[in-house]
Design a protein. Structure first.
Length: 113
């Protein structure tokens, strides 16, 4: 099983990023998928989920600013992040909730003020 997140980077406050996660070794289409993040010195938190049937849910802290989507033909899950804030700075991971598979290395998002 591999969950490989990419697309992070350094952006200014108010900027946008699109994160991608490629899943392999799992029957991707049957699982809900989620994006998680872990800021320095903090616990990992759930940012957004998307069900196997494409229903999204968002944490209150990002609602209205991020959009989760998936492409079952490519075994990919995406996170479009807009209006980024410094508090969004974190290492971002994808996984099937609540962390069903081994965690990948994540992708670092840094938002400068």
């Amino acid at each position: 099983v591999q969950l490989q997140a990419s697309g992070g980077g350094l952006v200014q406050t108010g900027g946008s990023l699109r994160l991608s996660c490629a899943a392999s070794g799992i029957r991707f289409s049957i699982y809900a998928m989620g994006w998680y993040r872990q800021a320095p010195g903090k616990q990992r938190e759930l940012v957004a989920t998307i069900s196997a049937g494409d229903t999204p849910n968002y944490a209150g802290s990002v609602k209205g600013r991020v959009t989760i989507s998936r492409d079952n033909t490519k075994n990919m899950v995406y996170l479009q992040m807009d209006s980024l804030k410094p508090e969004d700075t974190a290492l971002y991971y994808c996984n099937a909730p609540p962390g069903m598979f081994p965690w990948g290395q994540g992708t670092l998002v840094t938002v400068s003020s």
